[in-house]
Design a protein around this ligand. Structure first.
Ligand SMILES: Nc1nc2c(c(=O)[nH]1)N[C@H]1C(S)=C(S)[C@@H](COP(=O)(O)O)O[C@H]1N2
Ligand SMILES: [Mo]
Length: 304
């Protein structure tokens, strides 16, 4: 079941009432704000009030190396990807290691809407309306043991379907990891849909991670394994180029990628001006008030 929540807007952003020709619409949105605040608790974080990236761009400008390294290739070459049935194996330091049918793993949860600002190492950003379930809810259901300090995620390995895996340009299958507090942060999300529809293959169907304060590569797609571990996992990009892609990958305008600055970004919002101009990149992609405390005392230049 999909429950649509009203878009939540900070009160400072609401147009004064007298500017509205349609008073009824204003009253509706004001009521929506009040209801949303009660439900979400973190309205500014869960529902970014910025122009959304058009669905067309979200679904045709992708990184998914299993379906090619060019941004338009995943949309063009993943259409027959089979996502039913889909099994997710839960392993490691967890009460009941077992393989779940995806439906059982997410049974009973209400799909939530989250509009998140997303930032990619390559210098572009998007604002995407996702649908899904907080990872914290799923982890709670899985009951990891106290000794679990990290969670490792793995993408499907299936070179027949994922033609990019027939190449050796990355170590397959794709792997990513989070520290337990990052994984259970209320912002960390398992997306199963976007723009109100099930995820298309190119965006990581049937389930993928979304971690809005980190660079896009942490958002692993088409997950088939969740493993709770004691030691910090090594992600695919970290293995590939450890001096370019760290474990943490927190969006940080002050830490340059070795080959380019990360201080600015171009926003894909459907306008020519945004996609061809630069705007400053925000620390933690603008989510600092919700996540910075997890990294207090850490040197974020070393832990990039
Ligand atoms: N399995 C897998 N997951 C992946 C990738 C990939 O190549 N393979 N690319 C990552 C990178 S670099 C980015 S920027 C995001 C892009 O997600 P999107 O195409 O939905 O915007 O997916 C991430 N997840
Ligand atoms: Mo990326």
């Amino acid at each position: 079941m999909v429950i649509r929540k009203p878009e939540i807007v900070p009160s400072s952003e609401i147009t004064p009432e007298h500017l509205y020709t349609n008073r009824r619409q204003f009253l509706f949105s004001a009521a929506g704000v009040a209801a949303g605040l009660q439900v979400a608790g973190k309205p500014g974080a869960y529902q970014v009030n910025e122009t959304k990236t058009p669905e067309k761009d979200v679904t045709t400008y992708n990184n998914f190396y299993e379906f090619g390294t060019q941004k338009d290739q995943p949309a063009k070459t993943s259409s027959g990807f089979r996502t039913k049935p889909w099994k997710v194996s839960v392993e490691g330091l967890v009460k009941r290691p077992q393989q779940y049918n995806l439906e059982d793993l997410i049974k009973g949860f209400t799909l939530e809407d989250r509009v998140y600002r997303m930032r990619c190492v390559e210098g572009w950003s998007m604002v995407i309306p996702w649908m899904g379930i907080p990872l914290a809810s799923i982890i709670k259901r899985l009951e990891p043991l106290p000794s679990a300090r990290f969670v490792e995620f793995t993408t499907l390995l299936d070179p027949d379907q994922m033609w990019g895996q027939q190449r050796g340009n990355l170590k397959w299958p794709y792997v990513e990891g989070l520290r337990m507090d990052e994984a259970t942060n209320p912002l960390t999300f398992i997306a199963t849909g976007l723009y109100g529809k099930p995820l298309p293959p190119q965006n990581g169907a049937p389930l993928r991670l979304v971690i809005p304060w980190k660079y896009g590569f942490k958002g692993i797609k088409s997950i088939v394994k969740i493993r709770f571990v004691e030691k910090q996992p090594r992600g695919t990009w970290e293995i590939q180029a450890p001096d370019e892609y760290g474990f943490y990958a927190n969006v940080n305008p002050e830490v340059d990628h070795p080959r380019w600055s990360q201080a600015t970004e171009s926003r894909l919002d459907g306008t020519f001006i945004s996609s061809f101009s630069k705007r400053p990149t925000l620390m933690f992609n603008g989510y600092g008030e919700y996540v910075a405390q997890m990294y207090s005392g850490m040197d974020l230049r070393r832990n990039f």
